[in-house]
Design a protein around this ligand. Structure first.
Ligand code: SF4
Ligand code: MG
Length: 321
């Protein structure tokens, strides 16, 4: 990939040279991933790379934005553009990128501490703003990077360094919460140990016309090795939500026999399915492409790179001594 933009910064370049050939995995692979052996983040990275290849998303037109956490190292491992930002602030950064460069494909990668605790305010409002992007919550139910603190999604009773006798409160349910946010347009859940389902869900999310929120159940063999173990070992504990407007994966029919036809247009049914139960549900809970999109309503006027630089300099001049 070469860049002939007027400026070297990808967010301002206007004349990016794209090569006229099919892109392959090597066009996307960045640094070697340094997650622990057996970490579920490895399979999520592989699924995302597969999506980039199958959808032929140009690296110079794609941005991965993350906050802080194990999963937030994602941008380093891809040859797209990336922004590894502040804890809990991935969604505001992604919102700014998308608002000013609607031509870019934007992915947001967050952990459970990142998204559902310090970033919870941003999370709710980004869902309501419904700007076209894919927001991934890689949920290992613990703060992993900072070595084992209870997060909002830690199961009740699970011990950690901050609550050694076990998490005191019931875990926050990200799917139920998102289904309660006004103007939410795509809410799905998948699991990194079911790669075919993960791939199909990522594809559906990418093609959704609005903000697609996907919670990915992610194993952390270091700090929460047991929390998804039963569901991994016993596929009958998983119920797949299937529908032509959601996700259907025919090759999973033999191993995952619990299937439920669920129309993602039915919000009431989605909320009932999100209620706590004996099984883990994977699929698209809700989808509505008629929801209002802030990035369509408040489209930022197109500007040349020179005009953008002039605007930036005007702003910076206000603070010059
Ligand atoms: Fe993955 Fe857990 Fe290791 Fe973090 S601590 S890299 S989440 S296995
Ligand atoms: Mg976590």
């Amino acid at each position: 990939m070469s860049c002939t933009g007027e400026l070297s910064c990808p967010l301002f370049s206007t004349a990016v040279e794209t090569e006229d050939r099919d892109l392959t995995l090597s066009d996307y692979e960045g640094a070697t991933a340094r997650w622990c052996p057996g970490c579920g983040d490895h399979s999520i990275l592989a699924a995302v790379e597969k999506l980039l290849v199958t959808e032929q998303l140009r690296p110079e037109q794609t941005v991965f934005v993350s906050g802080i956490g194990c999963s937030s190292r994602f941008p380093h491992y891809l040859k797209t553009y990336g922004f590894h930002g502040l804890h809990g602030r991935a969604l505001p950064v992604a919102t700014g990128v998308k608002l000013h460069r609607p031509d870019l494909t934007v992915f947001v990668v967050m952990g459970d501490g990142d998204c559902t605790s310090i970033g919870a305010g941003h999370w709710v409002h980004a869902i309501r703003y419904n700007m076209k992007m894919v927001a991934l919550l890689l949920d290992n139910a613990i703060y992993g990077l900072t070595k084992n603190q209870t997060s909002p999604t830690t199961p009740q009773g699970h011990p950690s360094n901050t609550q050694p006798r076990g998490s005191w409160l019931p875990a926050l349910d990200p799917i139920a919460l998102m289904l309660g946010v006004t103007n939410a347009s795509f809410v799905a859940q998948t699991a990194e140990w079911v790669p075919a389902h993960l791939a199909a869900t990522l594809r559906a999310a990418h093609r959704h016309d609005g903000l697609a929120f996907v919670r990915i159940l992610q194993r952390c063999p270091v700090f929460t090795p047991g929390i998804y173990q039963l569901a991994v070992q016993k596929p009958d504990m998983i119920e797949l939500l299937v529908h032509d407007d959601g996700v259907t994966v025919p090759e999973l029919e033999r191993s995952y026999r619990n299937r439920r036809v669920h129309d993602p247009a039915d919000l009431d049914a989605a909320r009932q399915l999100a209620a706590p139960g004996d099984c883990v549900r994977l699929g698209v809970f809700y989808r509505n492409e008629a929801r209002a999109r802030y990035d369509v309503i408040r489209r930022v006027p197109e500007r040349t790179a020179t005009e953008r630089v002039a605007l930036l300099e005007t702003e910076l001049d206000k603070y010059a001594l």
